[in-house]
Design a protein around this ligand. Structure first.
Ligand SMILES: C[S@@+](CC[C@H](N)C(=O)[O-])C[C@H]1O[C@@H](n2cnc3c(N)ncnc32)[C@H](O)[C@@H]1O
Length: 282
């Protein structure tokens, strides 16, 4: 969907979002069990400029990671981000082990053979400084040379433009082990009402494999007030909302998810939010 940069970001489609919440490792991801993405097919709904999507693909051992966003400008920025992340990554000639700043670091160490199996050859992110890309332009992405390459960054990440609440993307047909929805429920709720949000939760359930995990970072109800002032339609929609974020667990259980696992709260100021995991049980 082509959304003009002159209009209000009524879908939360902020440009430069990650300059407002800068990170090396996204603090929301560090709350999750380190094995959650290992060998997983992952969908990141509302991927924005792809920073979280690329981190999952690069540093968490995911097999394939799909980012989808309603705003094509952001999706183009996400493809660019993939190249930036690739340009800064440690060259493959090193026998890489978990990077010093990888979330697994500092946890109880296993024997090397086991550990290498757990985190096989994760090259260091941000090995080269950002200035290299500015001086020499980003590195080209080489063709995948082996089937294993296809499941390693940067070949294991792809982006699509779609209003995912209302439209499938081709990857959905193969289903996912994990669906990530960070800071998007408010925007879906305000644009589509309670029905739109229920539809989103049903869609997540339908694309997850049995036992698959839904990782949700819902925005607090208090933050809806500022968002709805952005646009007359959102303001009107907000009047009919019956559901509140504290109802999401009940709605998800009616759809076929187990109880919420509250893994923590993170973020600064207005970005301070809980992260919850729901397992598809039914
Ligand atoms: C506030 S941003 C959060 C970005 C990212 N998930 C994060 O937390 O780092 C919300 C994103 O969801 C996207 N979005 C909103 N509604 C969407 C929809 N129906 N389908 C796909 N993307 C959507 C917006 O364009 C925006 O990039």
């Amino acid at each position: 969907m082509n959304i003009s940069s002159n209009t209000q970001p009524i879908h939360g489609n902020y440009r430069g979002y990650y300059t407002k919440r800068p990170f090396v490792h996204d603090p929301r991801l560090t709350l999750l069990p380190t094995s959650i993405f290992k060998d997983a097919r992952v969908l990141d709904v509302g991927c924005n400029e792809g920073w979280v999507t690329c981190e999952i693909a690069q540093s968490w051992g995911a097999r394939r990671v799909i980012g989808v966003d309603i705003d094509d400008t952001l999706v183009r920025a996400a493809w660019k981000r993939r190249r930036t992340v690739w340009s800064q990554q440690e060259p493959a000639t090193h026998e890489a082990t978990p990077a010093d700043d990888h979330p697994s670091k500092g946890k109880k160490r296993k024997k090397c053979s086991e550990e290498c199996h757990e985190f096989p050859r994760i090259p260091r992110p941000e090995y080269f400084p950002a200035s290299c890309e500015h001086m020499f332009s980003p590195l080209p992405i080489p063709a995948a040379r082996s089937p294993e390459d296809a499941h390693t960054f940067p070949h294991n990440v792809m982006f699509y433009t779609a209003d995912w609440v209302n439209h499938d993307i081709p990857e959905d047909a193969n289903q996912y082990d994990v669906v990530v929805a960070f800071s998007i429920s408010k925007w879906i709720h305000l644009n589509g009402g309670d029905e739109g949000l229920r539809c989103f939760f049903h869609r997540v359930h339908s694309v997850l494999l049995p036992g698959g995990k839904f990782v949700l970072e819902p925005q607090e109800w208090e933050t809806y007030a500022k968002a709805r002032r952005m646009d007359a339609k959102l303001k009107e929609n907000a009047k009919s909302l019956q559901l509140r974020p504290e109802d999401f667990e009940r709605v998800l259980s009616e759809i076929g998810f187990g109880p919420a696992q509250h893994v923590g709260i993170t973020g600064e100021g207005g970005f301070r939010r809980p992260v919850d995991i729901y397992v598809k049980t039914g």
